[in-house]
Design a protein around this ligand. Structure first.
Ligand SMILES: *Cc1c(COP(=O)(O)O)cnc(C)c1O
Length: 389
């Protein structure tokens, strides 16, 4: 935009960040906290190793900044979803192990090998294609094998594990660096499927030549140390996500999203707020119009009607409900109860922040914190806090 002037605003205990004067919204990502989260998770699972899942541009937090920060923190195992993500990760983490969770996309074996990325082979077809491609190499490049234990999404079935275990020729052409599976219900600590999947995984992997094993993501790693095996694969928790309700993961939020109040107005009883007149004032309301909408990443499902409460924002630590429809660029917020002092145009409100967890924001839009992390769009000014900022 060519706005040269900046003003400074304190956004976290780690310090201030410079914001262009015309910015209506900010996305502030605390790299120091992401590193601290990884270290806390690594301590929690030791002696198991702790990797980092950085698919989808590090859950929208920016792989280009997150990956180097995690490398500096000591992380050596990264998981991405796609070959493109793997090649970006390779540039950022030249000496790390990089796994590709989507498996072997047909025809990509050569590219993966050339960047030293490891496919998480998820079907016998993929295993055969990889073995065919790699078997003429003197040093077999490593591969991971994904076993399905009940999610029915990716991975070889029990029957296919048996078939693979009998195929000595195929096994001899496979250099397995990791055997993994994925849990369906680990966000419910008491769900019987957790134990069933762990038992099935341990039983099936015993049929294959020994390799390090991994089953736990952010939620599974909080179940018990039995789920840590050799390597855990958190993604959400790195960014402060609390994946298992009722089990406090030892991490803190990384993301703060804020936007400015443009106007504050009184709405008299009987008058409506926003598109489709879906919210009527039942008493006199003070309503702040905030420069944030679904084009920035807010959920339109956070719209409130008189019958159905929507989402919340936070103003200096006080929650304030969204009233009426979330529109493309704007939301309207009931600030009637905030009078110490009353919000004025130019003030900032948090859409996600220290007083408004991603899980709370997700619940306000009938979704989960994961979707809250991954959806912020480029219109808001993005800034990173680093160690010592
Ligand atoms: C995304 C993903 C993870 C990370 O999950 P979180 O819940 O974000 O920790 C781990 N393993 C697999 C297979 C995944 O797809």
């Amino acid at each position: 935009m060519g706005v040269a002037r900046v003003h400074t605003r304190v956004t976290s205990e780690h310090g201030p960040v410079d914001i262009p004067v015309g910015a209506t919204g900010t996305i502030v990502i605390d790299l120091a906290q992401a590193s601290a989260n990884w270290r806390a998770l690594a301590r929690h699972v030791a002696p198991a190793a702790c990797g980092a899942v950085v698919k989808a541009d590090a859950y929208g937090m920016g792989a280009a900044r997150i990956i180097p920060a995690l490398v500096a923190a000591g992380c050596r195992h990264f998981f991405v979803a796609t070959p493109q993500e793997a090649s970006a990760a390779r540039e950022l983490a030249p000496n790390s192990v990089i796994y590709v969770l989507d498996g072997l996309i047909p025809g990509t074996a050569r590219d993966l090998m050339s960047i030293g990325a490891i496919p998480v082979l998820a079907s016998l077809r993929e295993i055969r294609e990889w073995a065919t491609y790699t078997s003429n190499h003197v040093n077999l490049p490593p591969a991971a094998v994904h076993i399905d234990t009940g999610l029915n999404r990716l991975g070889i079935s029990e029957k296919e594990v048996a078939e693979l275990s009998r195929d000595a020729d195929l096994l001899a052409r496979l250099n397995t660096s990791l055997i993994m599976s994925h849990l369906a219900c680990a966000d419910e600590a008491g769900h019987p499927m957790n134990r069933e999947q762990l038992d099935k995984f341990n039983r099936l992997r015993a049929k294959l030549p020994f390799a390090p094993a991994s089953i736990a993501a952010s939620d599974g790693m909080m179940l018990s140390s039995e789920y840590h095996l050799d390597l855990v694969r958190p993604g959400y928790a790195l960014f402060g996500g609390q994946a298992t309700p009722g089990r406090m993961t030892p991490v803190r939020p990384v993301l703060r999203v804020s936007a400015r109040i443009l106007q504050v107005r009184d709405v008299a009883p009987g008058h409506f707020i926003g598109y489709s007149a879906s919210y009527g004032a039942r008493k006199r309301l003070r309503v702040a119009t905030v420069a944030a909408g679904y084009a920035d990443g807010l959920f339109r499902h956070a719209s409130a009607t008189n019958e159905d409460p929507g989402g919340l924002v936070s103003i200096r630590g006080r929650h304030a409900p969204i009233v009426g429809r979330v529109s493309m660029d704007l939301i309207t917020v009931d600030v009637t109860h905030i009078d110490d002092p009353a919000p004025i145009p130019g003030d900032w409100v948090d859409l996600v922040g220290p007083d408004l967890a991603i899980e709370t924001v997700g619940a306000g839009a009938k979704t989960i914190g994961y979707e809250v992390l991954t959806r912020w769009r480029p219109r808001f000014h993005r800034a990173y806090l680093e160690q010592g900022d």
